[in-house]
Ligand binder design. Sequence first.
Ligand SMILES: Nc1ncnc2c1ncn2[C@@H]1O[C@H](COP(=O)(O)O)[C@@H](OP(=O)(O)O)[C@H]1O
Ligand SMILES: [Mg+2]
Length: 315
Amino acid sequence: MSAYQREVQIALEAVTSAAVLCQNVRQGDDFVALAKSDKSPVTVADFGSQAIVCRAIRAAFPRDLIIAEENADALRTEDQAPLLARVVAEVKKVVPSADEAQALAWIDAGISRDAAPRVWTLDPIDGTKGFLRGGQYAVALALIIDGQIEVAALACPALDDEGSIFWAVRGVGAFQRTAAGDKPIEVTSTSNSAKAALCESVESGHSDHDQSAKIAAALQIARPSVRMDSQAKYAAVARGDADIYLRLPTIAGYQEKIWDHAAGALVIAEAGGKVTDIDGQPLDFSLGSMLKNNRGVVATNGRLHDAVIAAIAKA
Ligand SMILES: Nc1ncnc2c1ncn2[C@@H]1O[C@H](COP(=O)(O)O)[C@@H](OP(=O)(O)O)[C@H]1O
Ligand SMILES: [Mg+2]
């Protein structure tokens, strides 16, 4: 029996159910987007997805903590009653016995922020802007033990024809789940940067596009960069669709959130790639909800990593 078999099974079932909820919402005509205090959007599907995944983790691993992106505060205000009703209705489509109090409690099961010996981190919808505009998005879940990511489950419901699901266990490998079973995935073997494919955020506010163009030029990358939302970028590098993922800070001092990176980072590492910050330092997932010790993210197939970090240092 391989390590963390039960965790993988529960995590994959959870992100798969959450992906169904997200697709149900996206196929409807009313996402009811709300702006959070940081002005980023949140939808019925963000709340619903978080309820579904936290419910599953709580039931299977009641002692584990969960650091998830959302909380239910906004849903408890009187003027958001219609939004809450929609969230509960969507959750009930996946868990018919659910009621309002349970849905709120499941969402709030994800409000931990501090490090713990065993903690899950969840982005119920990574790439909410992509979700809203019909682009890529992901349901990203990872288990961090003593500061190290051990298990990752990443659903990309808008990738490929019917959506794709990826998972990884440290030391075991990275896989794409298909109807025919789990298929190991691998990064490319490109070592000539001129032949590399680079991907980055659609949002120029999330990653500096001008700076990445300069770095691509320095690396003599000929192809235009592929812009996609969410941790689908990590999946793209992990299975060899792209060679490099750059996330270059746009705001001095911006701290990346662990839920935006944990699942994707393990999937790439186990597919043979490398993930660091823009200074070439490993991402430090031992500090609670934020990557306090890191700036930006660089993910590559491994072979290109040093060249990319050198090009960033020069730029
Ligand atoms: N100034 C900034 N720099 C980097 N990332 C940012 C950012 N502002 C928001 N983000 C994060 O970028 C994520 C989306 O990344 P991407 O551009 O790769 O799709 C958002 O996740 P959510 O969509 O879960 O809110 C949010 O956490
Ligand atoms: Mg999110």
